[in-house]
Design a protein around this ligand. Structure first.
Ligand SMILES: N[C@@H](CCC[C@H](N)C(=O)O)C(=O)O
Length: 285
């Protein structure tokens, strides 16, 4: 099968985007991994598939697969911005804002005049069972009334994480400096920690001021990426709940800048950032 694709990125978190609006497309995990493979395929952190919606009140459905495993995941912040750019650039819709369903959510996305995209990422979810996260027997450390949970890692190391779901699970720890944080060492241990039965995205947040953080994320089934949109939302939410951050925060990732706004409990998280097309192509699968 010959497949047309578009290579895109949002702050360096990169995607292969495929149009399945004309006809249904069922790619196998092996085909998805091939698309994600940086040496033998195209190369991408995630594969995004644009489909017709299953319900009347939204414009599209979009599905997300981690490129390294081919497994479907619930949410991808940077991908959702690229999805809007893709749909507009390929003439699939001129609507703005667009409403889109993901496997477990409904998002509203708005292309901005400056080329960036703003996404209503919905409200963060803190219930442990919904991540899922198993806190049984653990003693949390409350910071400003928000719980940080101790995670025992190898060699007697323990880290304290704030846990939150942005549709997908996140565990965020505060570090002195993001650039020297031991992401390679601790990221895989947090990601696969037994307390997270479906694994977790591991965030390392440096608070630079009340309006600025630096963030690195070791993504579930992807390794460290240059940016993680849901990770940026999760880190800012945790920082606001802990009393460290104001409601609008610039998040510096290794691949670019994202701006996150959250007015607090009961409000959705708004994420603004870039969405860029790199090239288009065809591949034999
Ligand atoms: N890059 C993404 C998140 C992609 C999914 C993640 N790896 C997971 O498994 O939950 C983003 O920008 O949010």
């Amino acid at each position: 099968m010959r497949l047309r694709f578009t290579k895109m990125h949002g702050a360096g978190n990169d995607f292969v985007v495929i149009d399945a609006t004309a006809a249904p497309l069922a790619l196998s995990p092996a085909q998805l991994r091939h698309l994600g493979d940086r040496r033998f395929g195209v190369g991408a952190d995630q594969i995004l598939v644009v489909e017709r919606p299953h319900r009347d009140d939204v414009d599209f459905r979009y599905r997300i697969f981690n490129g390294a495993t081919g497994d479907e995941v619930e949410q991808c912040g940077n991908g959702s911005r690229c999805f809007v750019r893709y749909v507009h650039d390929h003439g699939l819709s001129t609507r703005n804002p667009l409403r889109v369903e993901t496997v477990n959510n409904l998002l509203e996305l708005r292309a901005q005049p400056d080329g960036r995209v703003t996404v209503n990422m919905n409200q963060p979810v803190f219930e442990a069972a919904r991540l899922p996260f198993d806190p049984s027997g653990l003693q949390p450390t409350p910071v400003n009334g928000f719980d940080f949970w101790p995670l025992a890692l190898a060699d007697g190391v323990s880290v304290e994480v704030g846990v939150v779901s942005m549709g997908n699970p996140h565990a965020v720890q505060r570090v002195e400096r993001a650039d020297t944080a031991p992401v390679d060492l601790l990221g895989p241990q947090v990601e696969a920690h037994a307390r997270f039965p479906r694994k977790v995205n591991a965030g390392f947040m440096e608070v630079r001021s009340r309006r600025e953080i630096a963030l690195r994320v070791f993504e579930r089934d992807a390794g460290e990426t240059l940016a993680c949109g849901t990770g940026a939302c999760a880190a800012v939410v945790v920082g606001i709940r802990a009393g460290w951050l104001d409601d609008t925060v610039d998040v510096h990732t290794r691949g670019g800048l994202l701006t996150i706004h959250w007015a607090g409990l009961g409000h959705p998280v708004m994420m603004t950032g870039p969405a860029v097309t790199v090239f288009e192509g065809e591949i034999e699968l």
